[in-house]
Design a protein around this ligand. Structure first.
Ligand SMILES: NC(=O)C1=CN([C@@H]2O[C@H](COP(=O)(O)OP(=O)(O)OC[C@H]3O[C@@H](n4cnc5c(N)ncnc54)[C@H](O)[C@@H]3O)[C@@H](O)[C@H]2O)C=CC1
Ligand SMILES: O=C(O)C(=O)CO
Length: 339
């Protein structure tokens, strides 16, 4: 397909030369302008049709012909504002490139929690040989066969567990597939009631979240930050969860009310939490969550992988090509879900 006439794409903040070259190849004869300053971005956006980067209300109001905005991230909370929602331009994000990487991270957290690995790693640094649930300095299995002991009850058997996913999109679906391979029972809620391919898992509507919470041993949040998910997990949701259940959050920190989560963990209302994203990032050094035995914190790294920059560029280049050809972008965002 030939490019549409009079298209122009503006990038701000600027990107490196190597990536710029790839984008220019995708754009063909459409100019791609890499702006080095905010002032330059304000001038260049006036007649631009496409924009990649951090759009602001001021840049948007300086634009006269904008029909496409691409955010650099999957989440949109730092890139969306009322004027952009009302603007007729199409908005696309970077969802869909993180699925396998984040699902691997989640399975790592599930295995740590089930096998108490987080506790053993801490004990290792002190040179402590202490089985969780046991008092002896060696495995109680040697004390005699046939009887279930505290040490057994303190370690989870994964195929007896249920994992419930909140937000079964690109990341959530991959989590379900991996969990299935580990023989967990799987549930999922999402406003879009799809079937997870390969494992034929029917996804429940979000109205059934309470049911999912009541039976899940692991509740995994892989949803975006939207008005509907902000603060979605508070005291009531923790009350509904099993007292042994773990909450795993790889979606966005603000979906979980940090104070309510801290209370639920300190009071034993839920069994544990594994958090890659938190309402406060970085979590302050003196926050009580750091010292809780049943908490695993990773510093917003669930998506870190050498594959991601490569995929990011590929997806961006494809959306540049589509914009120039007059086609809708991949990963179009439904702006109405932000009302
Ligand atoms: N921890 C990290 O480093 C990263 C976190 N993320 C987060 O993961 C989120 C999901 O990313 P993808 O799976 O690629 O996006 P996606 O758009 O493919 O999937 C998100 C799913 O959540 C669903 N959803 C929307 N509102 C919901 C609600 N109220 N309750 C339950 N589900 C709801 C959507 O319908 C969709 O199926 C991103 O928006 C971002 O916040 C993304 C990348 C890295
Ligand atoms: O794209 C996102 O939303 C991220 O969190 C990247 O780490």
């Amino acid at each position: 397909m030939t490019n549409q006439p009079n298209r122009k794409i503006v990038l701000f903040p600027p990107i490196d030369e190597k990536r710029l070259h790839v984008l220019r190849e995708s754009a063909g004869d459409v100019p791609v302008v890499n702006c080095l300053s905010d002032e330059e971005a304000h001038l260049e956006i006036a007649d631009a049709t496409g924009f990649y980067g951090k759009i602001t209300p001021s840049l948007l109001s300086a634009s006269k012909r904008l029909s496409w905005v691409q955010s650099p991230t999957a989440s949109l909370e730092h890139y969306i504002f009322p004027e952009l929602i009302e603007h007729p331009c199409q908005l696309s994000n970077m969802r869909g490139i993180f699925g396998d990487v984040i699902a691997d991270h989640v399975m790592g957290l599930v295995l740590m929690a089930a096998r108490n690995l987080h506790i053993y790693v801490r004990q290792q640094s002190e040179g402590d040989w202490l089985p969780v649930g046991g008092q002896s300095t060696h495995s109680t299995l040697f004390d005699g066969p046939g009887q279930e002991k505290d040490i057994d009850r303190a370690h989870l058997h994964l195929s007896d567990c249920t994992l419930g996913v909140v937000g079964v999109g690109g990341i959530g679906s991959e989590i379900c597939r991996r969990a299935k391979a580990f023989r967990l029972n799987i549930l999922g809620v999402d406003p879009v009631c799809r079937l997870v391919e390969e494992i034929n898992l029917p996804v429940w509507p979000t109205e059934r979240l309470d049911e999912l919470l009541a039976v899940s041993d692991f509740v995994v949040i892989a949803a975006p930050h939207t008005p509907a998910t902000e603060g979605l997990f508070g005291p009531e949701q923790f009350r509904r969860m099993k007292s042994s259940a773990w909450l795993i959050n790889v979606g966005r920190g603000v979906i979980v009310q940090l104070d309510a989560l801290t209370d639920a963990l300190q009071s034993g209302e839920i069994g544990g939490a594994a958090l890659d994203v938190l309402e406060q990032e970085p979590l302050p050094k003196n926050h009580p969550l750091w010292s809780l035995r049943n908490v695993i914190i990773t510093p917003h790294v669930a998506a870190a992988s050498p594959k991601i920059p490569e995929r990011h560029l590929e997806q961006l280049a494809e959306n540049v090509r589509r914009h120039c050809a007059g086609e809708p972008p991949l990963t179009l965002v439904d702006k109405s879900s932000w009302f």
